[in-house]
Ligand binder design. Structure first.
Ligand SMILES: NC(=O)c1ccc[n+]([C@@H]2O[C@H](COP(=O)([O-])OP(=O)(O)OC[C@H]3O[C@@H](n4cnc5c(N)ncnc54)[C@H](OP(=O)(O)O)[C@@H]3O)[C@@H](O)[C@H]2O)c1
Length: 273
């Protein structure tokens, strides 16, 4: 199968108003000449990026304001996307986390995370796969999961579960697809410097995070090459390899201590201020 070529093609990026999605949109426009459909809830951020990319990268940009935790919004967005039959590729990147004690995660917050990270991704994937299967067109979908799908993270237990679901779902589904011009890929980064990790709870973990430009570049390269699963960063891949030889209980125990320490320190700073 030939590599994806984004030049003058329409590419959807969900969660394009900040972080990884925003940076992927920028690189797709400036380095690959892609036309973009930017989706998120914050209209002002999307409009700002649209203006910048149209003016400076000379590409065409559309925006869709939608709340992916709401199924009606998800369906409306997909209808809009597929209406003209021009969609070539989609990066399903939007996602939220909860970093704290699982016992303190409200049921409402959990449902919102499940709807955003899992239900919307499955809904988009179903319709997109069906579109590419029926038309036989060339294209691809990249699903942004996380290393937390492979090595679950204590104090982000529910988040890790959502990311594991989409990793398993997409890697299995890829083998059911008949259109040989279409690829489904999963991107599983470790920590990245974005709004998601900007909160005080993550303060002590900043040294582990990857710059967003690198995370975006590796994600786009893996997508172009139609890789099934890609973990960015040599250290993440080497670390992941050696972790296979250690007991999961031992590794998770060590991780738990590091994450708990970061949370406790954040609480101490808050109580002092
Ligand atoms: N940062 C990390 O350490 C890390 C590591 C591994 C994987 N990831 C994954 O990478 C993806 C991007 O995360 P990020 O780090 O770039 O976080 P981010 O800076 O917080 O960006 C999240 C994006 O998702 C959008 N979004 C969130 N909830 C939404 C909703 N209900 N409807 C529509 N859009 C929504 C946000 O836009 P609005 O707020 O404008 O809606 C924003 O554009 C996520 O799937 C995340 O799980 C992140």
């Amino acid at each position: 199968m030939s590599k994806l070529q984004f030049k003058n093609k329409w590419v959807l990026v969900t969660g394009a108003s900040s972080g990884l999605g925003e940076e992927m949109a920028r690189q797709l426009a400036f380095q690959h000449g892609a036309n973009l459909i930017l989706l998120a809830r914050r209209k002002d951020k999307l409009e700002q990026l649209k203006t910048e990319l149209e003016k400076e990268a000379k590409v065409s940009v559309k925006t869709i304001v939608a709340d992916l935790s709401k199924l009606d919004d998800v369906d409306r967005a997909i209808d809009q996307l597929l209406a003209d039959g021009q969609l070539y590729a989609a990066i399903l990147n939007a996602g939220i986390t909860y970093f704290g004690k699982h016992a303190e995660l409200s049921w409402e917050q959990f449902q919102t995370m499940l709807q955003t990270n899992v239900v919307s991704v499955v809904r988009f994937t179903n319709r997109l796969v069906s579109h590419f299967e029926s038309t036989g067109k060339s294209g691809g979908v990249l699903i942004v999961s996380s290393m937390a799908a492979i090595h679950p993270v204590p104090y982000q237990s529910a988040y890790s579960g959502t990311k594991s679901f989409i990793l398993s779902f997409a890697t299995a589904l890829m083998h059911e697809i008949k259109n040989k011009q279409f690829s489904l890929s999963v991107y599983a980064p470790g920590g990245i410097v974005t709004e998601m990790t900007a909160g005080d709870n993550f303060h002590d973990l900043q040294g582990w995070l990857m710059p967003v430009k690198q995370a975006a570049r590796e994600g786009i390269d893996a997508f172009r090459s139609r890789k099934l699963i890609h973990v960015p960063g040599i250290m993440n891949r080497v670390g992941g390899f050696f972790m296979k030889f250690l007991s999961k209980r031992f590794v998770m125990g060590k991780m738990s201590k590091v994450y708990e320490k970061s949370l406790v320190k954040a609480q101490e700073r808050n109580s002092k201020s």
